[in-house]
Design a protein around this ligand. Structure first.
Ligand SMILES: *Cc1c(COP(=O)(O)O)cnc(C)c1O
Length: 386
């Protein structure tokens, strides 16, 4: 049997391809009018005032931290259970990364642990909506003072929402943050190949993000110190080339228009897993709070006692492209050696990691695929149980 079901993959339709091809025949193949259109629709979809599209989620995180004014000597608090980019963005600026433990049930940054990690040097906090489950944003927002910048890493959570202050807030609306970052890597909710974005309600941060995306260069005469002639542009600060192309945004825009369907299908598959595994004592299953609507980027099961490596290898042999998200970032040699982090520092994160396995979850999975995942997981558990 040569069946292989990856843990995630893109869904590209004829419509998506036609949208990209149409832009390739236009005058703009680098940043142009489709980037603007995508930004408008993304901001509207999230309920934010502004969106800035860039070349990757990592670039979006880097620009968000810069736009927040984070730099050398500052401290940035984030979760140890995330992709390394959530922490690396602070390191790029010369700031120090400070990890704080996750909540056992949601694997999201624990507001109490974040509060304990606060110091007078804390400048920003980057909660990660792990697997598409929203963090406790009102509590996280209340930490620190008015100088503390909150940047949501929403790379798992496009289309998710939570209740807070009696209202429903969509991830990306920045109701309890300054900025939210998204990735459009092919395993995420929508894709542009590589790509990312920052949403914000702050005009000041929006302008800074746009400037930093393109070398720190402005072409608006009203923002310039000098005037040489029509050719003149002015570099106001040190920026980057983090632009995304019009044809990438054509794909992202076409995909964004199908987001609700993608999220609905992810929820359906997650429900199927929850129902199918509820009676298995060996497994710890994701337990979404009642005040959130996760968008299910990942479905992670945790083993209580069985050997994770044996379970993982056996699932792979049977054609399930399972993965482990994530290796605790504080134990990566770069962070462990630089800051002296050691095993045992973040017990909830490490105990989560010891048993975690991500099952296949993406909108194009058929009911037959889902059934095969469920049957295979149950079979392998039986096989490994002494
Ligand atoms: C995917 C991801 C990123 C990075 O996005 P890229 O587009 O791959 O650069 C950052 N943080 C989290 C949590 C992610 O899942």
């Amino acid at each position: 049997m040569s069946r292989f079901i990856p843990y995630g993959r893109q869904s590209i339709t004829r419509e998506d391809i036609d949208a990209v091809v149409e832009v390739l025949g236009s005058d703009w193949i680098t940043q142009g009018p489709v980037v603007d259109r995508f930004e408008e629709e993304l901001a509207a979809c999230c309920g934010a005032r502004y969106a800035v599209a860039v070349s990757s989620g990592t670039a979006a995180l880097h620009l968000a931290v810069l736009a927040a004014g984070v730099g050398t000597g500052d401290e940035v608090i984030t979760s140890p259970i995330t992709f390394v980019a959530s922490a690396n963005c602070a390191e790029y600026t010369g700031a120090r990364t400070v990890f704080a433990d996750v909540e056992e049930a949601t694997v999201c940054l624990d507001p109490e642990a974040a509060r304990r990690a606060f110091s007078p040097g804390t400048r920003a906090i980057i909660p990660v909506h792990f697997a598409g489950h929203p963090c406790r944003m009102p509590e996280l927002r209340s930490l620190g003072d008015e100088r503390t910048v909150v940047i949501e890493d929403g790379c798992h959570a496009l289309g998710a929402s939570y209740r807070g202050d009696g209202l429903t807030h969509r991830i990306g609306s920045c109701a309890h943050s300054d900025m939210t970052v998204f990735s459009f890597h092919p395993v995420k909710h929508i894709t542009s190949g590589e790509g990312g974005a920052v949403t914000t309600n702050s005009e000041n941060m929006y302008e800074r993000l746009r400037l930093l995306r393109s070398h720190g260069i402005t072409r608006r005469p009203e923002d310039m110190k000098q005037a040489h002639g029509p050719w003149y542009y002015e570099m106001r600060e040190l920026g980057y080339n983090y632009r995304i192309t019009d044809f990438q945004c054509a794909l992202a825009l076409s995909q964004l228009r199908r987001l609700e369907g993608f999220v609905a299908r992810r929820r359906e598959i997650a429900e199927a897993y929850i129902g199918a595994f509820a009676d298995i004592d060996e497994l710890v299953l994701p337990r979404p709070g009642t005040d959130v609507e996760p968008s299910w980027h990942l479905y992670v099961i945790r083993l209580r006692t069985l050997d994770r490596l044996a379970f993982f290898n056996r699932l792979r042999e049977k054609g399930l492209g399972v993965q482990v998200h994530y290796i605790p970032v504080h134990l990566q040699p770069y962070y462990a050696e630089k800051y002296g982090y050691r095993p045992g520092d973040f017990p909830a994160a490490e105990s989560y990691y010891a048993g975690a396995v991500s099952l296949p979850l993406f909108p194009a999975m058929t009911d037959d695929d889902t059934g095969y995942v469920i049957e295979t997981v149950r079979d392998v558990l039986k096989e490994l149980t002494p």
